[in-house]
Design a protein. Structure first.
Length: 75
């Protein structure tokens, strides 16, 4: 298992947009994303912070049903 990179919330949003997620709303600093074509995938809530914690990023990757390596390739 490779290590997760340290990225910002904005970079994470861009990566998940490449996977087919779209921003549906934002409240404060939290961005809510849904998968455009596959409604069975879990929605993602990404804080728009400068640095995302590794635990949160790992959970987002797991909820998007991709591996850490695949996420690293999206960067």
């Amino acid at each position: 298992m490779s290590k997760l990179p340290i990225i910002s919330g904005e970079n994470a949003v861009k990566c998940f947009e490449k996977l087919g997620y779209v921003v549906v709303r934002q409240k404060g600093s939290h961005i809510r994303m849904l998968h455009e074509s596959d409604k069975g995938k879990k929605p993602l809530t990404i804080p728009k912070h400068r640095v995302l914690g590794r635990g949160l990023l790992r959970k987002l990757v797991r909820d998007a049903e991709i591996s850490v390596e695949e996420f690293g390739e999206l960067l």
